[in-house]
Design a protein. Structure first.
Length: 292
């Protein structure tokens, strides 16, 4: 630890700011001195002055000096705010929350310590400017909280790199999964399209078969109806034929009787025989039809 209780790097930053403040303080003092010198050069040209003239000169000098000092104090305040802003911005990048204790700004002991440090630093800087340049020292190995912070930052950076690598791997896997999903979805759509075509074809085939079955059923019913009608017609025809047969048999019996009575009438016999022959042919024909 250096004289201010901070590490060497931060102490160098403090020294740099103190040099900047010393330079600004010197410029302010030169401005005040120039105000007094201007008064001497412009107003103190006579041997004697009245009280009113002296009061007027002092009032003018007071106004100029007051304005210069106020401007410098305001500028110093703004400069300190910008410095705090830089520190807070750097801390926020590492998700740190810095705190300030305004009461320490009026601590006489600490102010005296800073004054002694500035005096010693100013003296040592003058001596270093006349002496040979010294090579920079290596940073100490153990820096307390700073070392812990550096280790934490390094660990977080390492974890960040691991997470980035894992994220890249996951992105690659996700891309591959999306590609595989797209292929599967395309295959599924093709399969559904094929199944739809097959289903349409199957539905068309089923419809055709149903139509054929309906047509065959209608044809079968028509044939059955026709067969039933023909059967009824044949039954009626058979009944009629039976009646005709009975009638013919009756006529045959009568003819035989008449033939016996009129056997000598050859022409009538021939006619009756022809009638009998035709009836026999009709009977045979009816039997054949009934057999079919």
């Amino acid at each position: 630890q250096a004289e201010l209780g901070v590490n060497e790097h931060h102490q160098n930053e403090v020294v740099s700011y103190m040099r900047f403040a010393r330079f600004k303080r010197g410029m302010c003092l030169k401005t005040v001195d120039s105000c007094f010198q201007d008064l001497k050069d412009s107003r103190l040209v006579e041997e004697t002055f009245t009280v009113d003239e002296v009061i007027d000169m002092l009032d003018g000098l007071q106004s100029v000096v007051h304005s210069e000092v106020e401007s410098e104090l305001i500028n110093t305040t703004y400069t300190n705010v910008l410095l705090l802003r830089q520190l807070f911005s750097q801390a926020e990048k590492w998700y740190l929350k810095l705190q300030t204790d305004v009461s320490d700004l009026e601590n006489r002991e600490l102010l005296h310590q800073v004054a002694e440090f500035e005096k010693s630093e100013y003296t040592s800087s003058n001596e270093k400017s006349t002496a040979d340049p010294i090579k920079p020292k290596l940073a100490p190995l153990n820096e307390g909280g700073s070392e812990l912070l550096n280790k934490t930052v390094a660990h977080l950076q390492e974890e960040n790199e691991k997470l980035k690598a894992r994220l890249r791997t996951i992105e690659t896997q996700a891309t591959a999964a999306l590609d595989e999903k797209s292929k599967l979805e395309k295959s599924l759509r093709d399969l559904e399209m094929i199944q739809g075509d097959q289903k349409n074809n199957a539905n068309q085939d089923i419809t055709e078969l149903e139509n054929k079955v309906a047509a065959l059923k209608s044809q079968f019913e028509k044939t059955l109806n026709d067969t039933t009608a023909n059967q009824k017609f044949l039954e009626e025809d058979l009944k009629t034929t039976k009646h005709d047969l009975l009638k013919v048999q009756d006529q045959l019996s009568t003819a035989e009787k008449e033939l016996e009575k009129k056997f000598q009438q050859t022409a009538a016999y021939r006619n009756m025989k022809e009638i009998l022959t035709r009836k026999n042919e009709q009977i045979k024909d009816l039997r054949r039809r009934l057999s079919k």
